[in-house]
Ligand binder design. Structure first.
Ligand code: 3AM
Length: 465
């Protein structure tokens, strides 16, 4: 398994270079990087360079900017606190966000909004800082880091500070953003509508803004520990901007690639959570349609981690047949019925079961069940449901796991199990893994008891191969 743009192991080299630089720096005074600037507005100050981790302003002598009668009128000065506000940028690094903290009694305001004593918010380029009173506009802040917000819609730039690139997928770019008011981190996914479809034809859904809005509302209302929370969505003619919960652990594809394959226990822990997410979506009439390890995100770098399914409902915003087309050819996780109909027909939620089966196969072996490398075109193998347990790792994997995969990869969707059937599979009757999942998902004990009790019931009739 490989993916374009994987990172090489250069960290060690960088670290040793860094320590050399450090020894040199000790003997010479380091030139300070100016990362921001304050321009005086009502205040009688032309400009101030920000080149420390912290910049304090107020009446007190110890501040970087000591405010006096030379700078502002007496009636304002009397309302200024000893330390009125602090502006911070960790390690002066341009990739870090800029925070402003209000320490005043009478208020620090950004673009007329009061920050609130001891509260912080993110400071963005061109933000206006008022002190003591919202109408006393003292400074304009200039961020000297490259402007990442160019070309983004105002709905995004007025609410979020746009930060570094987190990665890029088949749909487009993902950036780290900070909600300025709350300082909360999110991942913003920019989905170019026409890129996948390979044509300039806009999505048919676009002609119906009410429908788009409705879809967005549904997606924003979904709440499940294993479903990536959609915080915000902005729909524009060319792109959709999705502001998603930020997942530090990266995606499942990278995890599989870096580990080569996952142990049966870890695969089960992850698969169980994915099934919970899919059940939640299916119970609400939502089919994911594009389940694959790239769309499964991990909360942390730990092996036992919470995971969340992402990108559900995306197909409602981009071209209807976009799931069918990927930039690299055959969609390897797609169900045969989708390939057979060319992605033009409505299909059932069983397409997700197939994809989950392919994902499970990939986790356990680090290989794909269907691939052009196996002698015939992958699409033909998928349509026939032809796959084999080739990799040596399969020798050590339980029959129960293989039985479940066999069932999920049945070509006839009617015979393929439902998500409820999958959740009752023998392979998932595993108290140890269930307990771990319970802790990670923070499901209350009642919910998990319900799941466990289901196991006591006789297994439902399941279609066999
Ligand atoms: O390009 P790579 O594989 O490093 O992990 C995702 C992938 O990273 C990341 O963006 C890239 C394209 O999908 N990503 C997607 N959604 C994310 C999220 N909600 C995310 N990273 C963090 N949180």
């Amino acid at each position: 398994m490989a993916r374009d743009g994987t990172q090489g192991g250069t960290q060690g080299a960088t670290q040793s270079q860094a320590s050399n630089i450090w020894t040199q720096v000790e003997s010479q005074p380091m030139e300070r990087i100016v990362w921001g600037r304050l321009y005086g507005k009502n205040i009688k100050i032309k400009s101030l360079d920000l080149n420390n981790d912290e910049f304090k302003a107020g009446r007190g002598e110890a501040n970087d900017l000591v405010l006096t009668l030379k700078d502002l009128p007496e009636k304002i000065l009397t309302r200024i606190s000893k330390v009125h506000f602090i502006i911070k940028r960790a390690n002066c690094e341009l990739t870090n966000p800029v925070y402003i903290q209000d320490l005043s009694r009478n208020g620090t305001f950004v673009n007329n909004e009061k920050i609130g004593t001891n509260n912080m918010r993110i400071l963005k380029n061109d933000d206006v800082i008022s002190i003591a009173h919202p109408t006393y506009k003292a400074f304009v802040f200039k961020d000297l880091s490259p402007n990442e917000a160019i070309g983004l819609p105002e709905e995004i730039t007025k609410t979020y500070s746009v930060n570094r690139k987190l990665g890029s997928g088949a749909y487009g770019l993902v950036r780290l953003v900070y909600e300025t008011r709350t300082c909360q981190q999110f991942a913003m996914k920019i989905v170019k509508k026409n890129m996948l479809a390979g044509s300039a034809r806009p999505s048919t859904n676009l002609s119906d803004p009410e429908r788009v809005l409705n879809e967005a509302k549904i997606m924003k209302n979904l709440t499940h520990p294993c479903v990536v929370r959609m915080h915000d969505i902005v729909d524009k003619p060319d792109s959709v901007y999705m502001v998603l919960e930020f997942m530090r652990g990266g995606d499942l594809l990278n995890r599989i690639i870096s580990k080569k394959l996952l142990s049966e226990e870890t695969s089960k822990l992850y698969f169980y959570q994915m099934c919970h997410a899919v059940k939640y979506l299916h119970d609400r009439g939502i089919t994911h349609r594009d389940l694959k390890p790239d769309n499964v995100l991990l909360e942390s770098g730990d092996e036992d981690t919470l995971l969340k399914v992402s990108d559900f409902g995306l197909s409602k915003f981009v071209q209807k047949d976009s799931v069918m087309r990927t930039l690299c050819g055959t969609p390897l996780y797609v169900a045969p019925e989708v390939l057979i109909t060319g992605g033009r027909e409505a299909y059932t939620r069983k397409v997700d079961i197939w994809s989950l089966g392919v994902v499970l196969f990939t986790c356990l072996s680090g290989t794909l069940p269907f691939s052009d490398e196996y002698g015939s075109p992958a699409a033909e193998q998928i349509k026939k449901g032809k796959f084999a347990y080739r990799h040596p790792a399969w020798k050590g994997i339980s029959q129960r796991a293989k039985l479940l995969i066999n069932q999920m990869l049945i070509t006839d969707p009617k015979k393929r199990p439902s998500i409820d059937d999958v959740l009752q599979a023998n392979w998932l009757r595993d108290t140890k893994v269930l307990q771990k999942a319970k802790q990670l998902m923070k499901l209350d004990s009642m919910e998990i008891e319900e799941v466990e009790n289901n196991f006591l019931e006789p297994p439902t009739k399941r279609s066999r191969r």
